[in-house]
Design a protein around this ligand. Sequence first.
Ligand SMILES: Cc1cc2nc3c(=O)[nH]c(=O)nc-3n(C[C@H](O)[C@H](O)[C@H](O)COP(=O)(O)OP(=O)(O)OC[C@H]3O[C@@H](n4cnc5c(N)ncnc54)[C@H](O)[C@@H]3O)c2cc1C
Length: 480
Amino acid sequence: MQLMRNAIVVGGGLAGISAALALQDSGKWNIKLFEAGKTLGGRVSSITDNETGLKLDNCQHACFRIYDHFLQLINRCNAQNSIKFQQKTVLSFTDPNSGITGTLYDSNLKPPNQMLKSILKFPHLTFKDKLKMRKVVKKLSKMTEEERINLDDISFETWLKENGQTQNSIDVFWGFFVLAALNLSVKEASTAQAAFLFRKGLFGNPDAFDVGAFAEDLSYIFENQISKTLVESGIKIYNSTKINSLIWNGEKYTGVKTSTEEFSADLIILATPHNITKKMLKDGPEPTKVIYENLSKMDFNSLIGIHGLYNKKITKNDFHFTALINEPIIQIVFNRNFELNEEVSPDIKQWLSIPVSYADPYIKYSKQDLEEEYKKVIGKMWPEHEKYLSKIVIVKTPNATFSTKTESTKLRPSAEEIIPGLILSGDYINNNWPSTMEGAVTSGLMAAATALNMDSWKNDELWNDWPKPPKRGDQNWNKL
Ligand SMILES: Cc1cc2nc3c(=O)[nH]c(=O)nc-3n(C[C@H](O)[C@H](O)[C@H](O)COP(=O)(O)OP(=O)(O)OC[C@H]3O[C@@H](n4cnc5c(N)ncnc54)[C@H](O)[C@@H]3O)c2cc1C
């Protein structure tokens, strides 16, 4: 009989959850999972608005069909009902000043041309913009991985301009996707990172950019299906248990310390955000020094979630979301009405949510300034809205995503066992993904693969022990 080994996972965000579950599922490891917060989920979290009783997320979280590992985790935890998926990529863009809406959608043309038909009809780009965009689409899809990585120190805006892109296409198209997916301005984003996004997403598989939206508040899925699955698999979860330091015996890491107790294990997986990992590795043994220095150079970018709650419905039933052209703060409006619950909040008939990506320039704005901006822009879309507005809730997250600015790729550590007894995990681990739920789950699986000595597994392959991600038309998944 094979001997089970013991591992401690520090951090119950998506990275820690995935590492823990994949290892426990292997039957070779017994896992203890330590989480500082009261519940699992980490940066995917909600707050309760005491007045309405509604649970509002820290900011709208969206996933995409290209999130293979995240969707495998959702399937493994039987949480399919918590997410609704588009069955065709449809991305709407409205100019709030003119009211003109254009839509990007996929067709049966082969990648990278699946969006071509809709781009040709797209009203917010000129003929010249579109003509010039063709060159960059071609260049991005032909680029080798080596060429892509070598573009880490060039800002995406500079690269786009060098490749003949117009300012309008940068503002309306390229810049929008970079802002929403990398949580960064196109001026600062690393071209290597932006190129990954477009190659994998918009110009990758035809269904890659189908949008998935959570059907419940964000904490629900973690407090219910995910926690239940972890416990049933045999993982011991220690919530509200902060790890203060790692134990090093001179040859290997052997355990962790809370303020009152010590726990030992054969392996530690440190799945905390990069700033906490950096603190844990301070004064660590030699091989951790380079990682410590690199993590010290990594930044965060901010996000703000704005929730508008109304006592009367103001949008049409079939309105899901639209991006707003050339609006720096109110960039996208989501309709969250399908999450409203008559029993919890009978007086709220409309819930709009706005994710403010790359909110660094606005993070210090007062509540009042942000509310005024919301009222002004939403007023262009629905002129009567203020009559029915019950309240606006604003949630600011300054340390939301690690920054994928130029020269950031080389700072990201690998998920290899850098020194005996310790493996790093977290969305910031070098796996090509920007700071996303998919990046976090992938990093968890990379840590598990290292612990399981799965040398031949590549991080763009599915995780064999878990059910496959859903395809379009999968009856077990709800439609958006
Ligand atoms: C507001 C917001 C909106 C976002 N929107 C999207 C989106 O739409 N789509 C998308 O894909 N991604 C989005 N993201 C990014 C995504 O949420 C993160 O990339 C991902 O959840 C990170 O997971 P993680 O496990 O690496 O880190 P975390 O979620 O940060 O998990 C780390 C965990 O470690 C715990 N911890 C820290 N220190 C200790 C300690 N000393 N002891 C024990 N536990 C500790 C923390 O409490 C936390 O639970 C968003 C993030 C934010 C903040």
